[in-house]
Ligand binder design. Structure first.
Ligand code: ATR
Length: 282
C-alpha cells in the first residue's frame, strides 16, 4: 500500500494533460510524498467523481476543461481569487470541507515576471478576450501594480461587464482600467499583450490594431502547441517578443502544489525540462 498522499487532475478529455508529469517532477524536486494521477470525468458526473476520490483518501485535485465552473459550485469555501474568477482549478480536501482556489492568474503573472523576466509594475497591459480565462487573471495582474490594463473583446458587452466587475479593485490598486470592443485599445504600443481568447484553438487571430505591438512588447498567448500560435506569429512579424502559455501551465501547477504541500517548487527548472521533452518528441 502506497504511503504517498494522493492527488489527481480531472477533465474531459484528459489523456494529453501534462499535469501528472509536472507534479511528478515537483514531488521529485521537493521530496514530498505525492502521487498524482489523471481522471477522465464523465460530462454528467463531475461531482460523483470528486466525491469518490475524496472517499478513497484523495487530498486534492486540479480541475480543467470543462469542469472549472462546476468545481466553483461544488466547493464549500473559496479563496478570494477563485470567487473573483468565478472558476476553480484547484481543490483541497480537508477537515473543513472542500476548499476551491484558482491558481491560473498567479501562474500567468509568475511566468511573465519570473521566467520571462518582464516586470508588470508600471506596465501598460492589453488583455484580449473577456471569457473565463480573462476574468481569472485580472486581479493577479492588478496585484503587480501595472499603470494600465485594457480589455479588448470581440463582444464589447462582455469586456464592459469585466470592467464593471473589477472597477473598484482597479481604483484601489491605482490602475487605469478600461475596455470594450476591437477599437478600444489605447493609442500606441503596449508593454505586454496577453491573448486570453479561445481563438488559438481554431487558429483565429483576435481582432486588434497592429500599432499596439512593437519591439518592446511581450506578446503572450495563454495557449501552447507544437508550433507557435497564429497570435505569436503575427506578433513576432510586428517585432514583438512572443511567448506561449506553457510556463503558465507549469506555474499554475506550482501554485497548486504550494497550496497542498506548503512547499514551493522551482517552476522554471521544470519548465525547461518540459520544453526539452516536447522538442525531442516533435
Ligand atoms: P475561456 O474560459 O477559455 O475564456 P470562454 O469563456 O468561452 O472561454 O471565452 C472565450 C473568449 O474567447 C471570449 O472572449 C471570446 O470572445 P466573445 O466574447 O466575443 O465570444 C473569445 N473568442 C473565441 N473565439 C474567438 C475568435 N475566433 N476571435 C476572437 N475572439 C474569440
Amino acid at each position: 500500500m502506497s504511503q504517498k498522499d494522493r492527488y489527481a487532475v480531472i477533465g474531459n478529455p484528459i489523456e494529453h494533460s501534462k499535469s501528472p508529469w509536472i507534479h511528478a517532477k515537483f514531488a521529485e524536486q521537493t521530496g514530498e510524498p505525492v502521487e498524482y494521477g489523471r481522471i477522465l470525468g464523465p460530462l454528467d458526473g463531475f461531482e460523483r467523481e470528486v466525491r469518490s476520490f475524496i472517499a478513497s483518501g484523495g487530498r486534492g485535485m486540479n480541475v480543467t476543461v470543462p469542469f472549472k465552473l462546476e468545481a466553483h459550485a461544488l466547493a464549500d469555501s473559496l479563496s478570494p481569487r477563485a470567487a473573483a474568477a468565478g472558476a476553480v482549478n484547484t481543490l483541497a480536501f480537508g477537515s473543513d470541507g472542500v476548499r476551491g482556489d484558482n491558481t491560473d492568474g498567479v501562474g500567468l503573472v509568475r511566468d511573465i515576471e519570473v521566467n520571462l523576466g518582464v516586470s508588470l509594475k508600471g506596465a501598460r497591459i492589453l488583455l484580449l478576450g473577456a471569457g473565463g480565462a480573462a476574468r481569472g487573471v485580472v486581479l493577479p495582474i492588478f496585484d503587480r501594480a501595472p499603470a494600465a490594463l485594457t480589455i479588448v473583446n470581440r463582444t464589447a458587452a462582455k469586456a464592459h461587464q469585466l470592467v464593471d466587475q473589477f472597477a473598484r479593485n482597479a481604483a484601489e490598486c491605482g490602475v487605469r482600467f478600461s475596455g470594450g470592443g476591437a477599437d478600444s485599445a489605447e493609442a500606441g504600443r503596449y508593454d505586454v499583450i496577453v491573448n486570453a481568447t479561445a481563438g488559438s484553438l481554431d487558429a483565429a487571430l483576435p481582432d486588434c490594431d497592429d500599432s499596439v505591438f512593437g519591439a518592446g512588447t511581450l506578446a503572450y498567448d495563454m495557449m501552447y502547441g507544437a508550433q507557435p500560435t497564429v497570435f505569436m506569429q503575427h506578433a513576432a512579424k510586428l517585432g514583438a517578443h512572443a511567448a506561449d502559455g506553457l510556463g503558465m501551465l507549469v506555474e499554475q501547477a506550482a501554485e497548486s502544489f504550494f497550496i497542498w504541500r506548503g512547499v514551493r517548487p522551482d517552476g522554471g527548472a521544470v519548465l525547461r525540462e518540459l520544453r526539452q521533452t516536447l522538442a525531442a518528441k516533435a
